[in-house]
Design a protein around this ligand. Structure first.
Ligand code: CO
Length: 167
């Protein structure tokens, strides 16, 4: 069983290693991550959030319902223009056990390369919510959380809620 790792767990701050073998074990883990993401009503989940320091993520496009399993995802270009969107994270929970949300500015569009669970390479350009989710999830693979982009005042507001949960 995979276990969710929450803000404060040092594993979330580690750099993840590239996946070298796409095998049945990885496919099983990806399947289980999709289940966890859906149980928690999230739209993305990265391997370190379930304690695995490898570069893979799962995403459910909130508009189309399409499911993505991205192995070794790499953002190869980002738009110059940024937009502000609200973000939350299944590893940053408040007192009600639900994600704490905050506005974050990021590039509005990105180009991403990845390999899928059948070893097929992909390149795609995403904008809107998908661009946002891909950036948030690939950040996890480098030990970066969305709260890192907040002003210190806003980050404190989020962390106060996180600490209330630990009570
Ligand atoms: Co997250």
């Amino acid at each position: 069983m995979l276990e969710m790792r929450l803000c404060g767990d040092p594993i979330l701050r580690e750099m993840c290693a590239p996946v070298e073998d796409i095998d049945g074990e990885l496919q099983r883990v990806l399947y289980e991550m999709v289940k966890i993401m859906e149980d928690q009503k999230g739209v993305g989940l990265a391997a370190p959030q379930v304690g695995i320091l490898k570069r893979f993520i799962v995403i459910r496009n909130p508009e189309t319902g399409e499911l993505f399993k991205l192995i070794n995802p790499k953002i190869t270009s980002k738009s110059e223009g940024k937009i502000i969107l609200e973000e939350g994270c299944l590893s940053v929970l408040g007192p009600d056990d639900l994600p704490v949300f905050a506005d974050v500015a990021r590039p509005s569009a990105v180009t991403v390369e990845w390999t899928d669970e059948n070893k097929k390479p992909h390149t795609a350009e995403f904008s809107g919510n998908m661009a946002r989710i891909v950036q948030h999830e690939t950040d996890h693979l480098d030990g970066i959380l969305f709260i890192d982009y907040l002003s210190s005042v806003k980050r404190e507001m989020v962390m106060r809620k996180v600490k209330k949960r630990k009570g």
